[in-house]
Design a protein around this ligand. Structure first.
Ligand code: SF4
Length: 694
């Protein structure tokens, strides 16, 4: 509970919610946080904020915080509070025992996109140097891993191409599978301001999101495509560009690999990719799609902004490559107002990826099999490193069920609530002999844990977050850690107990090590951040004050690479038993699994998740607003109240996933992106029925 008082000092820090990365002044009265005031000098927000960053900080001192370490030998036993020394010692001895008994690869860990760059760097270092394997993964596995793959292959780097300010120069804005009003509110407002100033807006989304029509903006086109048809859609857009002579030939000739381009142009010109042929998949009227494609290609600076409605599909990576193809073909990368821009979800999901949280990549996106890179890390860390890619989260769970993966260290990630097919996740955790959780609260995943190490909120630590535009901003400690240690210190304790001692007296020293090992971070230091406020990577001798826009004169990979993007419908099909498609999203008041926002006043605005259903589908099932309904998929069943609305198209239902009581991932399936295993959250075939519940 926050006590209101008169502030006597303030500390500038960064919001711990979404990837916009707004700067705030935390106004303090002694050691108590009085209010969060958006900081006018913050480059990502320029004094703006949303209801999460501004008001939803009470969770940090909520009575639910776990501030004493706990252990238990069986998950059916009650928790026993113990000293830090005993908890860390127990975790280390169990993980060591498991490795000795089952082998080097029987343990691994998950870093947190809620934690700082320095903290995620330490967790992957512990796993690589301490465990001796690459079994490390991050929540980006379930959100933007296709962005990393798709943009790396086509453009050469795993991040958005522009800074936020670029949108002020866009003439055409194409929003695909994103809901900026709710998901990225401060940037969404900036985008709307540009639209009000005259930019054209194309929204491609199965749902009538706020930006389609609101008191503030109205889209020129709402292409209400069917869930699962993204690749058919983007191919049809590109087909119009290629067959109607709308290619920016000079740009392609100068900037792109011509052999790849010619193959792609032949592929995409085929009639099967035409808007007319694609209509059977997309549901978007061909004439409307043609007009939108012409607008994108000829309307001036055209920018694509996209979200999880692009990535969380069985063809998420293909769709990312399809958007890069479209942007390159029309010359829309490398100058202001253009680009292909992922609206990244969590406060530090970009950073956790940058810091080497993937099982195949060391910090800075360098493959673990690269001998020279590995040698550099080995020399500094003093440990031999594995050249074999490790396990992804779903593989860890599969291996656990198969009896080969037995121990895990999870920092700040509730995989039982946030990952698909929750029963499968729970079964994987249940099969492990030691699950170590480091978190603020007892969450769904902690129910399967043997060791609970209290985590620390963003108010209790120093460090950095990296936002969706690659901007590295300082997080500053405003109060002492409630449980005694910040997350980075806890990881150091565990590493030391495992016999892999790391010496840092402050997170700035961790950043110095990151800079020494990572060319894109070579010029980053806490001193520089304190001096200039924030900086966008790459930041090094070539760009001492950072890089707002990527791929300006040449692509990071050299020539831009066009990829063939064959549309393959998902295996998740509707049927007479499961005739509706469920898709999911977020709401302004809450954040992801709601662990933070549910412990604030924001809950009053959105006390439960509801199922949006079109009036036609509701009527044929006798469902009315507020009815309790069961939603059944091929893997499970949950209950929600109905909200009958024309926001959603017939045949599709929609819900949010902020409340654990809903457990929507009980019904999502095991299907995932072919390249990255990012789950297909956005397409689940379901049936619904009215129940007799209250
Ligand atoms: Fe925080 Fe995102 Fe809201 Fe900014 S837009 S205040 S970063 S939640």
């Amino acid at each position: 509970v926050i006590e209101i008082g008169t502030p006597d000092h303030s500390v500038v820090t960064t919001c711990a919610y979404c990837g916009v990365g707004c700067s705030f002044k935390a106004e303090m009265s002694g050691s108590k946080l009085v209010r969060m005031v958006p900081w006018k000098d913050g480059k990502a927000n320029e004094g703006h904020s949303c209801v999460k960053g501004r008001f939803a900080f009470g969770y940090a001192t909520h009575n639910d915080r776990i501030v004493k370490p706990m252990i238990r030998s069986k998950i059916t036993d009650p928790w026993k509070e113990v000293s830090w020394e005993e908890a860390i010692g127990y975790a280390a001895s169990e993980l060591t025992r498991i490795q000795q008994k089952y082998g080097r690869d029987s343990v691994g860990g998950i870093t947190s996109s809620r934690c700082t760059n320095e903290e995620t760097y330490l967790v992957q270092k512990l796993i690589r140097g301490g465990f001796g394997n690459n079994n490390v993964d991050t929540c980006a596995r379930v959100c933007h891993s296709p962005t990393g793959y798709g943009l790396s292959v086509t453009l050469g780097t795993s991040a958005g191409t522009q800074d936020f300010a670029s949108v002020d120069y866009s003439d055409v804005i194409l929003v695909i599978g994103a809901n900026p009003t709710d998901g990225h509110p401060v940037f969404g407002s900036r985008m709307k301001a540009r639209i009000r100033a005259g930019a054209k807006l194309i929204v491609a989304d199965p749902r009538r999101i706020d930006m389609v029509k609101s008191p503030h903006v109205k889209a020129d086109y709402h292409l209400q495509l069917k869930p699962g048809s993204n690749v058919a859609f983007v191919n049809a857009m590109a087909h119009v560009v290629v067959t109607e002579g709308l290619i920016d030939e000079a740009y392609v000739r100068e900037r792109c690999d011509l052999g790849d381009f010619e193959s792609w142009a032949r592929f995409i010109a085929d009639e099967r990719h035409s808007p007319e042929a694609s209509e059977q998949y997309t549901g978007v009227p061909a004439a409307q799609l043609r007009e939108a494609a012409r607008l994108y290609a000829t309307g001036g600076n055209a920018a694509i902004y996209y979200g999880l409605g692009v990535t969380e599909h069985s063809q998420g990576s293909t769709m990312v490559m399809g958007m890069a193809n479209l942007a390159m073909a029309t010359g829309n990368i490398g100058h202001v107002g253009a680009g292909v821009n992922p609206l990244r979800g969590q406060n530090n999901v970009q950073g956790s990826c940058d810091m080497g949280s993937f099982p195949h990549e060391l910090p800075g996106y360098r493959h673990v099999s690269d001998d020279a890179t590995r040698e550099m890390f080995e020399n500094l860390w003093g440990r031999p490193l594995s050249s074999e890619p490790g396990l992804r989260i779903p593989n860890m769970l599969d291996e656990a069920i198969g009896g080969r993966f037995k121990g895990i260290y999870i920092q700040g990630e509730d995989i039982v609530q946030s990952d698909p097919d929750a029963q499968h996740v729970a079964a994987g955790l249940e099969a492990m002999e030691c699950v170590v959780i480091q978190d603020l609260f007892i969450n769904e995943t902690a129910k399967y844990a043997h060791v609970f190490l209290p985590g620390s909120s963003f108010l209790e630590k120093d460090g950095t977050f990296t936002n969706a535009e690659r901007r590295i901003s300082r997080v500053r400690k405003v109060m002492a850690p409630l449980a005694g240690y910040a997350d980075w210190e806890t990881t150091l304790l565990l590493a030391k107990a495992l016999g892999f001692e790391m010496e840092y007296s402050h997170p700035s020293e961790i950043m110095d090590e990151i800079a020494a090992l990572t060319p894109t971070f070579a010029g980053v230091s806490f001193n520089k951040l304190d001096e200039i406020g924030s900086v966008q990577w790459p930041c090094n001798d070539d760009a001492p004050n950072g890089t707002p826009m990527m791929h300006v004169d040449r692509f990071v990979r050299g020539k831009g690479k066009f990829m063939l993007t064959q549309y393959v419908p998902t295996e998740e099909r509707t049927s007479s038993k499961f005739p509706l498609v469920l898709t999911t999203g977020r709401i302004l008041a809450h954040y992801n699994v709601g662990a933070q926002t549910r412990r604030t006043e924001n809950t009053a605005w959105h006390p439960e998740d509801v199922l949006e259903i079109h009036p036609f589908d509701a009527e044929v099932r006798g469902v009315k607003d507020g009815d309790l309904i069961a939603i059944e998929s091929r893997v499970g069943e949950v209950s929600l109240r109905a909200k009958v609305t024309e926001r959603i198209q017939p045949g599709v239902v929609y819900t949010t996933f902020h409340h654990p009581v809903t457990g929507i991932n009980v019904i999502t399936t095991e299907f995932s992106d072919w390249a990255t295993n990012c789950p297909e959250y956005k397409v689940t075939a379901v049936q619904i029925r009215k129940t007799n519940g209250p």
